[in-house]
Design a protein around this ligand. Structure first.
Ligand code: HEC
Length: 491
C-alpha cells in the first residue's frame, strides 16, 4: 500500500523544495559577507575619517535589510513545503535536533532586530559612532552562530556518521543529539560555507558598486562606489582563495563518510547530472574562470589605495599554487577536467583584461561579471551538494533503512508493516539506574558499540581510563556502571 500524499502541481514535490531551498540560499548566503563588509567599511571610514566609506556601508546595509526579509520569508515557504510534502522530514530531524532549531529561531529574532536597529538608527547614533559600529559588528558572529547550528543539521543529512543517532535512540526523544550534530562532515561544511559566504557577499557588493558606476554620478558618489568595489573585491578574493583548499579536504571526508555522494560528484552520477549536464563541472568552470579573472584584476590593478593591491610575485605564486591544485583534482577526476579548467582560467584572465581596458581602466564591468558568476557558483554548489547525497527522506526513505526508531515508527508516514517492527528491548521500557548512566555517560565520545564490542573484563580500568579522557563521573556512579558491565547485563 502506498500512503496517500500531497503532490505539488507542475513543479512536483522535489523541485518545489529544490526551488525554494535555492532561492533561500541565494539570499541568505549573502548575509555573512554583507555584515562583514559593512563592518570593515565602517571601521575604515571611522579610522580614516572618510565619510564615503560610511555612506557605502549604509547603502549596503539598506540592501541587506531588504533582502534579509525576502530570505526569511522564503525560508518559511521551505519549512511549510517540507512539512506538507515530506511530513517525515521534520519528525525525524526533531528527534535529534529540536533544541538546535529552537535556538536557531531565537538567533533569527536577535538578527532581525539588530540588523533593523543598526540600519534605522544610523543617523540617530551619529554621535555614538563606536557603539553603532559595535552593533553592526555583532551581526557577523551572530550570523556565524546561526550558520553553525544549521550546518550541524545539514552535515548530518549528508553524513549521518554515527548513524544510529545513539542518544535519541537509546534514551527516547531528547530533541538534541550531540553525536548527530558533530557529525563527520560538520567541520568541513562549516569552514567551506563560511569562506564561500564571505566571498560571495564580497563579490556581490563589488558587483553592485560596479553596476552603480555605470550610472552618471557626481564625483563624490563615484569615489564612494570605487572604494567600495576595491574593498569588497579584495575581501572576497582572499576568501575565495581558501575555498578550493577547504573543499579538497571536505571531499576527502566525503570519500570515507559519504562515499555515494563522493562518487556522484567526482564522476558525474545520479542527480548531479540534470538535463544531461554535469552541474558540478559547470560549478568548477565558474570557479576556474573566477580565479583567472581575479588574478588578472590584481595584476593590472594599480589603485591609489595600496591597501587593496598585491605585488606581482604574490599573484604568480597564487597562480602556481592553483595550477598544482587543479592537477591534483585532475588526478581524482580526469585530465580532461584539468585541461578544461586551465583553459577557462586563461579565458577568464583574457576576458578580464579586455573588460578593464574597454572601460578605460575602470573595473566596473568586471565587478558585475564576477558578481554574477559568484552567484552562479553558490547556486550550483548548493544544488550539487544536496543532489549528490542519497535522499534524506524520499517517501520510500533511504534513510529509514538505517533509522527506524521504534518509539517513532507508528507516527512515520512510511509503508511499514507494524508486525515487522521489533518490540523495544525490555531495558528501554524501564531502564535501571545503571543502564541510564551507561547510556548517558558512555556516548559522549564514541557510540555504545565501542563498549559492546569490548571483550575483556577489566571494566574498572576502562572506566578509570575514560575518566582520564575527560568523562565526568562520580565515584558512586562509576561503581554502578562497573558492576553492571562486569555482570554482562544488557544496556
Ligand atoms: C571523554 C570521552 C570518553 C567518554 C565519555 C567515554 N569514553 Fe570510552 N573511549 C574514549 C576514547 C578516546 C577511547 C579510545 C581509546 C583508544 O582508542 O585507545 C575510548 C575507548 C573505549 C573502549 C575501548 C577500549 C579498547 O581498549 O578498545 C571502551 C570499552 C570504552 N571506551 C568504554 C567506555 C565506557 C564504559 C564509558 C562510560 C563509562 C566511556 N567509554 C565513555 C573516550 C571516552
Amino acid at each position: 500500500m502506498n500512503p496517500k500524499h500531497i503532490e505539488f502541481p507542475v513543479l512536483g514535490a522535489k523541485w518545489f523544495i529544490g526551488f525554494t531551498a535555492l532561492s533561500h540560499t541565494a539570499v541568505a548566503s549573502l548575509a555573512i559577507g554583507f555584515a562583514f563588509i559593512v563592518t570593515i567599511a565602517q571601521i575604515i571610514g571611522y579610522l580614516d575619517k572618510d565619510r564615503s566609506y560610511d555612506l557605502l556601508a549604509k547603502r549596503i546595509q539598506l540592501f541587506h535589510v531588504c533582502i534579509y526579509n525576502i530570505g526569511t520569508i522564503v525560508a518559511i515557504g521551505l519549512v511549510f513545503g517540507l512539512s506538507g510534502l515530506y511530513p517525515q522530514f521534520w519528525s525525524q530531524l526533531f528527534v535529534h535536533q529540536f533544541w538546535t532549531l529552537i535556538l536557531e529561531e531565537f538567533l533569527f529574532f536577535l538578527l532581525a532586530t539588530t540588523l533593523t536597529f543598526h540600519y534605522f538608527f544610523w543617523d540617530h547614533l551619529w554621535g555614538h559612532k563606536k557603539l553603532h559600529i559595535f552593533l553592526g559588528a555583532l551581526l557577523t558572529p551572530l550570523f556565524l552562530l546561526q550558520f553553525y547550528l544549521i550546518n550541524g543539521i545539514g552535515g548530518f543529512m549528508l553524513t549521518p556518521g554515527f548513524q544510529e543517532g545513539q542518544a535519541s535512540l537509546s534514551q527516547g526523544i531528547l530533541g538534541w543529539d550531540k553525536q548527530a550534530f558533530y557529525n563527520p562532515s560538520f567541520l568541513m561544511l562549516t569552514l567551506h560555507r563560511t569562506f564561500a559566504n564571505i566571498s560571495y557577499g564580497g563579490f556581490v557588493v563589488a558587483g553592485l558598486c560596479g553596476a552603480m558606476l555605470f550610472r552618471p554620478n557626481s564625483g563624490a558618489i563615484k569615489a564612494c562606489y570605487e572604494k567600495g568595489g576595491h574593498l569588497s573585491f579584495a575581501v572576497a578574493f582572499i576568501a575565495l582563495l581558501s575555498l578550493p583548499i577547504v573543499g579538497y579536504f571536505y571531499s576527502y571526508v566525503l570519500k570515507y563518510e559519504a562515499n555515494e555522494a563522493f562518487v556522484n560528484l567526482m564522476w558525474g552520477k545520479g542527480d548531479v547530472i540534470a538535463g544531461g549536464i554535469d552541474w558540478w563541472w559547470i560549478k568548477h568552470l565558474c570557479v576556474a574562470g573566477m580565479l583567472g579573472m581575479t588574478l588578472t584584476y590584481f595584476w593590472h590593478e594599480d589603485t591609489a589605495d595600496s591597501r587593496f593591491s598585491m605585488p606581482l610575485v604574490m599573484i604568480v605564486t597564487i597562480g602556481l599554487f592553483y595550477l598544482i591544485f587543479y592537477m591534483s583534482m585532475g588526478m581524482i577526476m580526469t585530465w580532461k577536467f584539468f585541461w578544461i579548467m586551465l583553459a577557462f582560467a586563461l579565458i577568464g584572465g583574457l576576458l578580464a583584461r579586455h573588460l578593464v581596458s574597454f572601460h578605460k581602466g575602470s573595473p566596473r564591468a568586471l565587478y558585475v561579471l564576477v558578481g554574477i558568476i559568484s552567484f552562479l557558483t553558490v547556486m550550483l554548489g548548493g544544488y550539487v551538494r544536496e543532489a549528490s547525497r542519497p535522499r534524506f527522506v524520499n517517501r520510500i526513505a533511504h534513510y529509514d533503512k538505517i533509522y527506524t526508531p521504534a518509539e517513532r515508527a507508528p507516527y512515520l508516514m512510511v509503508d511499514v508493516d507494524p508486525r515487522t517492527i521489533p518490540p523495544p528491548p525490555e531495558a528501554i521500557e524501564k531502564p535501571s539506574l545503571a543502564v541510564q548512566l551507561i547510556r548517558q555517560k558512555c556516548i559522549g565520545c564514541h557510540t555504545l558499540e565501542r563498549v559492546r564490542n569490548y571483550r575483556l573484563d577489566n571494566w574498572e580500568l576502562i572506566v578509570d581510563q575514560m575518566r582520564a579522557y575527560g568523562l565526568k563521573l562520580a565515584t558512586t556512579e562509576a561503581e554502578i556502571i562497573i558492576t553492571h558491565l562486569r555482570e554482562k547485563q544488557p544496556y
